[in-house]
Design a protein. Structure first.
Length: 406
């Protein structure tokens, strides 16, 4: 037996037949008997109720040496029956804490097997878990932290333990220590929401869950925004090497698309401007047409009044026949020929007088005034105008006399 146990080799020396284990190992007499029988070549009987104890004893005693050792035999049996008898094995581990978990991780492996088989937590497993002390449970959940990729089941395990453990209400520090085993980044969005709304969870854990939820939401939005045609094309480029020619073609296409987009935006803005201008022109035309209609209506209203005025005016004007006796006879006084005759006689008389005065003034050598204008010319003008006035006065007076006599 000493040859198969490294622990016994360290503590036993030659010549010593009795020794005391210090500190005492968590091995029952029944388990030690099974270990002894195996060392002496006897057939042992492994069961779901004792396999965890045997595995723990082999780890404590260091029975790993040799091609056929008790640890390998017990582990092989555990792997065969754990899927079916996980609850029985778990219940047998309650009295073996903490060595059953610190030496061989039997409890965490049982729970992991149930999770992988059923993709959820079995109610019977939860019944066993709530019977653990908080230190033992904390040890188990920390072991599961590194073994599970998704911590949804771990969160459910912790939630049930905090609600239904038989040791009563835990302090906030104890709850925080247990909840620290949960990695919020490995929780699904639905579980994160449940964490935030769970009043049993400690405040620190809830705050951490809120921060992770915000980060997850932001990451989801960013991924959704970047998952476009260009993004998928870039992923294909990363998988398959792209030649320089294809890269240049892609760059040219992107530039053309950008230019086309700018042109479309510019055209759209121009169309909007033209539509606004067209609407303004339509409004102006409508206003102008309305004014024309009003003017036509006003003119139609004024036409009857104008026709009445025109008829009145036409009736007030009439043509009177000309009396033959009132006509001026040729050669009579007041006629053009008569006035012309008188004018000729006066011109002749004036010319004779001008000649006479000219001769008199020329003999004296003073035929010009101080301004260089001949006096005969000035007097001639004056006399000519005076004669015209007298002529017209005579004709007017004669015509007036005739009218008076008639």
């Amino acid at each position: 037996m000493i040859s198969k146990s490294t622990y016994l080799k360290r503590h036993l020396t030659t010549g010593i037949t009795d020794f005391t284990l210090s500190p005492p190992l968590n091995i029952t007499a029944e388990t030690f008997t099974t270990v002894t029988e195996f060392c002496y070549g006897r057939k042992i009987q492994l069961k779901p109720t004792n396999v965890a104890a045997v595995i723990t004893a082999t780890e404590l005693l260091g029975m790993r040496e040799g091609d056929i050792n008790l640890r390998d035999v017990a582990e092989s049996f555990f792997d065969r029956i754990v899927c079916v008898e996980a609850v029985t094995v778990l219940r047998s581990c309650l009295s073996l804490f903490p060595e059953v978990e610190t030496t061989s991780l039997v409890v965490s492996r049982c729970i992991e097997t149930v999770i992988l088989e059923k993709e959820d937590m079995d109610e019977n497993v939860l019944d066993v878990v709530v019977e653990m002390e908080h230190r033992d449970f904390e040890m188990v959940v920390y072991s599961l932290n590194g073994r599970l990729e998704n911590h949804d089941v771990l969160y459910k395990l912790v939630d049930v333990y905090l609600k239904e453990n038989k040791y009563g209400k835990l302090t906030d520090e104890q709850k925080t220590e247990i909840c620290n085993s949960i990695d919020c980044t490995k929780l699904s969005p639905h579980t994160l929401v449940d964490c935030v709304q769970n009043p049993i969870m400690p405040l620190r854990f809830i705050i951490r869950a809120i921060l992770v939820e915000h980060l997850t939401t932001r990451r989801t939005i960013t991924e959704a925004a970047t998952t476009t045609a260009a993004g998928s094309f870039q992923q294909q480029v990363e998988v398959h090497r792209t030649s320089l020619r294809e890269f240049l073609q892609l760059d040219t296409t992107r530039r053309q698309n950008a230019q086309l987009k700018e042109a479309m935006n510019s055209t759209h803005s121009r169309i909007q401007t033209l539509e606004r201008e067209l609407s303004c022109m339509k409004k102006i035309l409508q206003d102008h047409q309305a004014e024309e209609v009003k003017e036509k209506e006003t003119e139609k209203e004024k036409e009857p009044e104008n026709s009445v005025l025109n008829s009145e005016r036409s009736s007030s004007f009439h043509v009177l026949p000309i009396d033959e006796s009132s006509k001026i006879q040729r050669g009579g006084r007041g006629s053009v020929s008569s006035s012309g005759f008188v004018l000729d006689n006066m011109i002749k008389k004036n010319n004779a007088m001008v000649k006479y005065k000219y001769n008199v003034n020329s003999s004296e050598g003073s035929c010009h005034e101080g301004n260089g204008t001949p006096k005969s010319a000035t007097s001639f003008r004056h006399r000519f105008i005076t004669g015209l006035k007298n002529t017209f006065k005579i004709s007017n007076s004669s015509s007036n006399l005739k009218d008076h006599h008639q």
